[in-house]
Design a protein around this ligand. Structure first.
Ligand SMILES: C[S@@+](CC[C@H](N)C(=O)[O-])C[C@H]1O[C@@H](n2cnc3c(N)ncnc32)[C@H](O)[C@@H]1O
Length: 184
């Protein structure tokens, strides 16, 4: 796994290191992610790697409860500052700090490529174990390689292709890969 200390340092030197607030790619990715959700509302969702809460804020409008997790306290302070209804903000990493309970939505956006193959496989197991029968998983990732990624971004979804999950829909272009999955 990319060391959580790396992310702490990153946010210390720049509060928005990936330009999540301003990059056209990020705005387009968020629009695609929200548009891909098969249902208008979800009861309980999990969003690891919530960063400063840009996707969290949009998901909160469609979820009764949402658990938002990230290892970086400075980012989480920004999420808490948004004062989003139904959102529980937690510090930690996946797979180690996967929350207890079940979810009808798991959003894995720009995070799996920071994990080792073993950790991605564990996340796939935890996703399946915590997914409610009618639940959806959305995986979305930047497709280009970059130095801090522990795996090739475009391949980060592959471990979700277990016999327990089947793809419902997807979107692919030069920059982004998005898949929605449900229980097989
Ligand atoms: C590129 S940002 C993605 C933000 C958001 N998910 C999005 O797609 O816009 C990556 C975030 O992943 C967090 N992160 C890195 N490793 C993580 C892990 N193992 N578990 C949870 N979050 C992690 C970082 O702290 C950072 O905030």
């Amino acid at each position: 796994m990319t060391d959580p200390a790396y992310f702490e340092d990153l946010y210390r030197t720049d509060p928005d290191p990936w330009r999540l607030d301003t990059a056209p790619y990020e705005e387009r990715k968020r629009a695609l992610t929200l548009a891909s959700l098969p249902r208008p509302r979800y009861a309980r969702a999990f969003e690891p790697a919530c960063a400063r809460g840009q996707i969290t804020a949009l998901l909160a409008e469609r979820c009764d409860e949402l658990v938002a997790l990230d290892p970086v306290e400075a980012a989480l302070e920004r999420v808490r500052g948004r004062d989003l209804a139904g959102v529980s903000v937690r510090r930690g990493t996946i797979p180690d700090d996967w929350p207890a309970g079940t979810f009808d939505l798991v959003v894995l956006s720009e995070v799996l490529y920071f994990l080792t193959a073993e950790q991605r496989a564990r996340c796939a197991e935890l996703t399946v174990a915590s997914l409610r029968p009618d639940g959806h998983v959305v995986a979305v990732h930047w497709r280009h390689s970059f130095t801090e990624a522990a795996s090739v971004p475009d391949e980060a979804h592959v471990d979700l292709h277990t016999s327990a999950l089947r793809p419902v829909s997807g979107y692919l272009d030069d920059d982004v890969r998005l898949e929605v999955l449900e229980r097989a």
